[in-house]
Write a protein that binds this ligand. Structure first.
Ligand SMILES: Nc1ncnc2c1ncn2[C@@H]1O[C@H](COP(=O)(O)OP(=O)(O)OP(=O)(O)O)[C@@H](O)[C@H]1O
Ligand SMILES: [Mg+2]
Length: 463
């Protein structure tokens, strides 16, 4: 009897153990699969073959795995975006420095050329002088384009219909199409396509994108499609979206899509096409898209790119839809007349070469020249010679105290003092971010003798 009881107990134990082992089998399989997939570096979900607690556990495990995978993907995305942002920042810094240096050097060259013209009136000299001046002007254009790339462009904007701007340009665009390239335009004026824009700049955006589309076609030609539409901010693709870090403002956006059947862009190049001087065509080109991007950025917009090698490209430009109906008018300073007993002009610039070359132009115009290398020194010179100074001509970007800070300090001493601000930056850009009364005149570097005379006349109330 005892033996039977022992046997029965053993059998029951074995049965119970088998039942437990059967219950745990999926877990063991799950563990093996998890070990296998993690050894392979992959993280695949486990099959859920049961509808009980163990099945629930495996579902929970799968969910956790998914969350981890998503977090890993988001981390990689964030790292890529950070790298792109750093690159964009250093490119921006480089472009701004080149533009600043370039403009100062060009200003010295331009001033010297004008001074040579003043001292030598021979015909042969004047021929070469005008060639040199033209070359200076063209070089200045390149540095201006770099500032456009940085979004630092003049922005006189008003409510415009994107459809009207694009339609108004169609005939001009059609005339420039190479043989074999056709243009299909789907530019219906939809409600909501009114944007706060500068028409000429939007035309440049359209022309830049169409010109690239044309150049992407092989000799056999192809098709370009222009399309307008309205979409929600959330619907704008986050893939290949520029400028890096751009986020749509507000809800509704209107877009202009330029699609081509050209050769497409290699995936590894898409991130570079908006870099200044990146070009697959020739050295020295590659300012088209940076300028397009700068103009779009200055309108608060962004661009998305979709392209596959051999399959064509779509550039989609997104603009926030406007709610304003009237552009804001800028305030202008009243010109002030000065007595003729004050005849000195205080020129302030941190660039020695520039003081050396541009200073004599001031003397040529009949003024006495006083010089200072930054705002702090300028204030000291001003205090000493206030009775003689009729006008201050100052650079914008200087160490210690910049041109705008100097302007504010001078206004506190003499609110009516005529000031001319000279800068390589666009006037609107240079004056943005300050509540100070604007200078009486602005000079865009590089300027010549005539522009200097006009600016001084304006500041002194002669014009
Ligand atoms: N629609 C397109 N299809 C294929 N590649 C394109 C397209 N648009 C731009 N790209 C690529 O982007 C590069 C940069 O374009 P970007 O307009 O800045 O300069 P570019 O056209 O080379 O010279 P340019 O300064 O005369 O405009 C081009 O060289 C080309 O490789
Ligand atoms: Mg181009």
């Amino acid at each position: 009897m005892v033996l039977v009881t022992i046997l029965l107990t053993l059998m029951m134990g074995a049965l119970t153990w088998r039942a437990i082992a059967h219950q745990l089998a999926p877990l063991a399989a799950a563990k093996a699969l998890a070990a296998q997939s993690s050894a392979a570096g992959a993280s695949q979900s486990l099959p859920v073959i049961r509808q009980d607690e163990i099945g629930d556990m495996i579902s929970g495990f799968n969910h956790l795995l998914e969350t981890l995978k998503r977090a890993e993907y988001e981390k990689a995305e964030l790292e890529t975006r950070n790298r792109q942002l750093q690159k964009a920042e250093s490119l921006g810094l480089m472009a701004a420095s080149i533009a600043h240096l370039f403009n100062n050097r060009l200003q010295s060259i331009r001033s010297s050329l004008d001074m040579i013209g003043e001292v030598s009136k021979s015909e042969s000299t004047s021929k070469y002088l005008s060639i040199a001046k033209e070359a200076t002007g063209k070089a200045a254009q390149v540095s201006k384009l770099l500032l456009v790339y940085l979004g630092q462009v003049s922005m006189e904007r008003e409510p415009c219909s994107l459809a009207e701007i694009c339609n108004g340009n169609l005939s001009t665009i059609r005339k420039t199409l190479p043989v074999g390239v056709t243009l299909e335009a789907n530019l219906h004026s939809e409600e909501g396509t009114v944007i706060q824009a500068n028409e000429a700049q939007i035309q440049l955006v359209l022309a830049g994108l169409v010109s690239n589309a044309c150049e992407a076609m092989s000799a056999g030609g192809g098709r370009i499609k222009l399309e307008l539409g309205v979409c929600d901010a959330q619907a704008i693709s986050t893939l290949n979206r520029y400028p890096i870090g751009w986020k749509p403002h507000g809800q509704s956006h209107t877009f202009l899509a330029v699609e081509d059947t050209g050769g497409g862009i290699p995936e590894e190049d898409i991130d570079k096409i908006f870099d200044p001087f990146f070009s697959s065509k020739s050295v020295g080109r590659g300012l088209g898209l940076p300028v397009v991007l700068g103009l779009v950025q200055a309108h608060g917009g962004g661009i998305t790119v979709a392209s596959k090698l051999g399959m064509g490209s779509v550039f989609r430009v997104h603009f926030p839809v406007t709610t304003h109906s009237q552009p804001v008018a800028r305030k202008h300073a009243e010109p002030v007349s000065r007595s003729t007993s004050r005849n000195a002009i205080l020129m302030v610039d941190d660039d020695d070469l520039l003081l050396e070359s541009t200073g004599p132009m001031i003397e040529t115009l009949g003024f006495t020249l006083l010089k200072a290398c930054d705002g702090i020194e300028a204030l000291a010179v001003f205090h000493k010679h206030q009775a003689e100074i009729c006008c201050v001509l100052t650079d914008l970007t200087m160490p210690r105290m910049n041109g705008m800070e100097l302007l504010v300090a001078l206004r506190q001493i003499d609110p009516d003092l005529p000031v001319v601000l000279a800068s390589g930056y666009d006037q609107t850009q240079a004056l943005s971010g300050t509540d100070a009364a604007p200078p009486q005149a602005f000079l865009y570097k590089p300027f010549g003798l005539k522009q200097l005379r006009d600016a001084l006349d304006r500041a002194l109330g002669v014009l």
